[in-house]
Design a protein. Structure first.
Length: 180
């Protein structure tokens, strides 16, 4: 009587797992198609790819991302000048304190982004560059904190919408810089 050979369950399982892994490996490249290599860990990949402007080295990618974020942050000044007490539903005295805090926050963020470029390009210190980018991102949250701590509403204001955009830029800077 001839011995029948039945493939074992574990052999079938291994074969199926290998097929799945082969398909998954190809899917990873497809998922990042059109995304700059320095933006793969970013939460906002398409925006990040635009920010790094085709950089092929991490240093260039960081410089482009920081420069773009700095430009966007500098454009916030006129928005702060146009704030009114009604925008945040705050009394005038409180509104002045909030606007002052927002100016300081964006000013500090601007200074830290400029320092990040300096440490990246002139000093060639990646760790201080990363620290300045992270500090700038933290500075950008100061304005939102000031409004909410004073009891104002932050959600549907022009400054809030603009700040959310800046947060995305700062987040992308940090994502590019942390891939050291």
């Amino acid at each position: 009587m001839a011995l029948r050979v039945y493939p074992s369950f574990s052999l079938l399982f291994v074969a199926a797992a290998a097929v799945v892994l082969l398909f998954a490996a190809g899917g990873a490249e497809a998922r990042f198609k059109g995304i700059n290599q320095w933006c793969r860990t970013s939460d906002y990949k398409a925006l990040c790819t635009q920010m790094v402007k085709g950089a092929t080295t991490q240093k260039d990618a960081i410089a482009n991302a920081v420069t773009t974020t700095l430009d966007v942050t500098l454009r916030m000044g006129p928005l702060l000048d146009g704030l009114g007490a009604v925008e945040f539903n705050l009394p005038n005295v409180t509104k002045d304190a909030v606007v002052s805090t927002c100016r300081d926050s964006f000013g500090s963020a601007t200074d830290n982004l400029k320092d990040a470029l300096l440490y990246l390009q002139k000093v060639d210190d990646p760790y201080t560059t990363l620290d300045r980018i992270q500090t700038a991102e933290t500075n950008l949250y100061g304005c939102a904190d000031a409004v909410t701590q004073m009891g104002g509403r932050w959600v549907n204001t022009p400054l809030a919408r603009a700040s959310k955009i800046i947060f995305k830029f700062a987040s992308n800077c940090l994502a590019v810089a942390t891939q050291m």
